[in-house]
Design a protein around this ligand. Structure first.
Ligand code: SF4
Ligand code: SF4
Length: 216
């Protein structure tokens, strides 16, 4: 499978069609494997869809003591295998993108597997098939990139570590990597330690406002 996902946050209008479509997929029983978050709701209407980035060396699989998370020959990192998942949540804590969720009712880690049941048969993932703006696209590099003015980037830098992914982020043309330190979390931490302690930190606001947790 040469196709992959292209995520363009600048195109996301926060409609959450992708979330609704993902819930419809019968393989994950009404739970959405995609999350759409506000970046900083008091300052901007910008929203950001998050799916599994399908890392070339998936940390979730590396830390799984039961070898429950498999990466297939197409580079797609699958959800945990139910008979193997031990409920340990190592993968939930280890993923640098905060993607896997633990389903306490099902005793199972769940995450986006790029709708492999659909994509392996030539269909688009549910989210990409409904996104009205092209914020989530599925196709080959050659199909998608000539249609865009943005640049596909799949290197994500966390401090001294760089993670390469099968999924691309569409960024301004001068970007070579996604600097995760630059997303605002680090600035929030500085605010916590800084002189102006009465000023609410970015990260505290986000945690309070977010309905995102690592459990269903
Ligand atoms: S469907 Fe597309 S535009 Fe709507 S919230 Fe999801 S990513 Fe954003
Ligand atoms: S983004 Fe997280 S869940 Fe997806 S492959 Fe990478 S480490 Fe695993």
């Amino acid at each position: 499978m040469n196709e992959t996902m292209f995520i363009d946050p600048q195109r996301c209008i926060g409609c959450r069609s992708c979330v609704a479509a993902c819930r419809e997929c019968s393989t994950h029983k009404g739970y959405s494997m995609i999350f759409v978050d506000y970046i900083d709701r008091s300052e901007t209407t910008a929203t950001m869809p998050t799916i599994c980035m399908h890392c070339e060396e998936p940390t979730c699989a590396l830390v799984c003591p039961a070898d429950a998370i498999k990466q297939n020959e197409d580079g797609v990192v699958m959800s945990a295998l139910k008979p193997r998942c031990l409920d340990c949540r190592n993968c939930v804590n280890a993923c640098p993108f905060g993607v896997p969720k633990y389903n306490s009712a099902m005793h199972l880690q769940m995450k986006c597997d790029m709708c492999y049941d659909r994509t392996s048969e030539g269909l688009k993932p549910m989210c990409a098939s409904v996104c009205p703006t092209g914020a989530i696209s599925f196709g080959t590099y050659e199909q998608i990139v000539p249609l865009r003015r943005t640049k596909p980037v799949n290197a994500h830098v966390f401090g001294n570590q760089s993670v390469k992914t099968k999924v691309y982020m569409m960024l301004p043309t001068d970007a070579d990597e996604v600097s995760v330190d630059g997303c605002g979390v680090f600035e929030g931490q500085i605010a916590l330690d800084g002189a102006n302690v009465s000023e609410e930190s970015w990260i505290d606001t986000q945690v309070e406002e977010s309905n995102k947790s690592n459990e269903f």
